[in-house]
Design a protein around this ligand. Structure first.
Ligand code: CO8
Length: 374
């Protein structure tokens, strides 16, 4: 059976932080830290915190601003992390709430109701608890029958979940799959680290996957095929987990939070992504110039420019390979879905697009999409 994406949804948290605000808070924190530890820094026992700059951030990443689920606490130099009050067990959890917002929008776009869905996948870089699954909480909140489960694949969580949705619809084991990506990254950002404090934002995205025969939305994309690859790397890592308590680890230690070797990631992931995409297209006897739209992972503008240039032998137009980093920053697995959500309706029937994630793991996941007749 032919499998389609029939709707997408994007939920943007109401708060945002500009580079200027973020840098002002970080620099005030760094100056306070350096003053407090002046002697140890002089003796070489500690290294001074270097200062950040909004110009560097824009040039190195393409990021101007990021959305955050809770702004309170992040810019407080005596806290440097969001202040998210714990919710009671009988309240909807934070990530489930984000997921529900995006899911409702995707259902509306796909012209579907809860009754048309029988599988819910919540897939993202982190889940706020291990069980009960967030996906089951979301399923309950939306009144969906069937089954639900969580998935974690960092940057490729969204594409890998779409792959699973594709397989379930193709196999006839599901009639409608809701893939949701509530990317609540801010609790894992080290706002005290000059090299990574600017990279991430919070957002939630969702997509409806179903059989072509049941689709009745205005913009429907056939999934021609999927391709995934993983290759282990420690260059992007977070050590926080349920064993941390038994390890007697300090939850505030740097290795408990997102940390990376950004240069190495850049150098290693770009060629992997280019090779992966070319191989995927060649399965359909296609070459890059035949692809009308590139919905690429959004980690860094220079990375996207390099990958697009390698694929096309020229610079892509802003319309061909849309960038959403300026206002969203890196939103882990949601980035390529945001790029799709904001830039897909203008494709003509028969035109092709490529959705691709790349990042932590390393992991790369792609889907070749073809706009259907409306
Ligand atoms: N302000 C001023 N200067 C700075 C700053 C700053 N904020 N940060 C670094 N510098 C300095 C550096 O210290 C360095 O100084 P020096 O040359 O004296 O050593 C200089 O600027 C240049 O630094 P870099 O070489 O590191 O700069 P780059 O141009 O490489 O840019 C980037 C750094 C932006 C990190 C870049 O390397 C990059 O984007 N690499 C790819 C990273 C990537 O894609 N990572 C994937 C992220 S993982 C993911 O997408 C999902 C993971 C799961 C979610 C986690 C949620 C929390």
């Amino acid at each position: 059976a032919s499998v389609v994406i029939s709707g997408s949804g994007l939920w943007t948290p109401p708060h945002s932080i500009s580079n200027e605000e973020l840098v002002a808070a970080y620099n005030a924190y760094a100056e306070q830290y350096n003053a407090e530890h002046e002697l140890k820094i002089k003796n070489g026992e500690l290294t001074a915190k270097p200062l950040s700059s909004a110009e560097f951030i824009e040039k190195a990443s393409g990021i101007l601003s990021r959305h955050v689920y809770v702004k309170d606490g992040i810019l407080d130099i005596n806290r440097m992390r969001p202040n998210i009050p714990a919710r009671a067990d009988d309240e909807l959890s934070d990530q489930a709430e984000m997921a529900v917002h995006a899911a409702k929008k995707a259902l509306l776009a796909a012209n579907k109701t809860a009754a048309d869905i029988d599988v819910v996948i919540v897939s993202c870089a982190y889940t706020q608890r291990s069980y009960p699954a967030l996906a089951i909480e979301v399923q309950d909140a939306l009144g969906i029958k069937g089954f639900a489960f969580d998935m974690l694949v960092a940057c490729s969580a969204a594409t890998f979940a779409l792959h699973r949705a594709y397989e379930m619809i193709a196999a006839g084991t599901a009639k409608g799959v809701l893939v949701i990506n509530p990317e609540l990254t801010s609790p894992q950002i080290n706002y005290c680290d000059r090299d990574s404090h600017f990279i991430f934002g919070d957002v939630a995205t969702a997509m409806v996957v179903e059989a072509a025969e049941t689709a009745n939305a205005p913009h429907v994309y056939q999934i021609l095929s999927t391709k995934a690859v993983t290759s282990f790397s420690n260059n992007i890592r977070s050590n926080f987990g349920y064993v941390s308590r038994a390890n007697d680890s300090n939850p505030f230690a740097e290795d408990m939070l997102f940390h990376q070797e950004g240069r190495k990631v850049f150098k290693e992931v770009c060629p992997m992504a280019v090779e992966h995409i070319n191989e995927h297209l060649s399965r359909h006897q296609l070459t890059a110039p035949q692809v009308k739209r590139w919905w690429l992972h959004q980690a860094n503008i220079n990375m996207n420019n390099l990958i697009s240039r390698k694929l096309l032998d020229r610079d892509p137009s802003a319309q061909e390979a849309p960038i959403v980093l300026d206002t969203f920053a890196n939103t882990a697995s949601a980035g390529s879905i945001i790029a799709f959500h904001l830039n897909h309706q203008d494709l003509a029937s028969g035109e092709l697009g490529l959705l691709c994630s790349f990042g932590a793991g390393y992991s790369i996941g792609s889907l070749v999409l073809k706009k259907q007749k409306t």
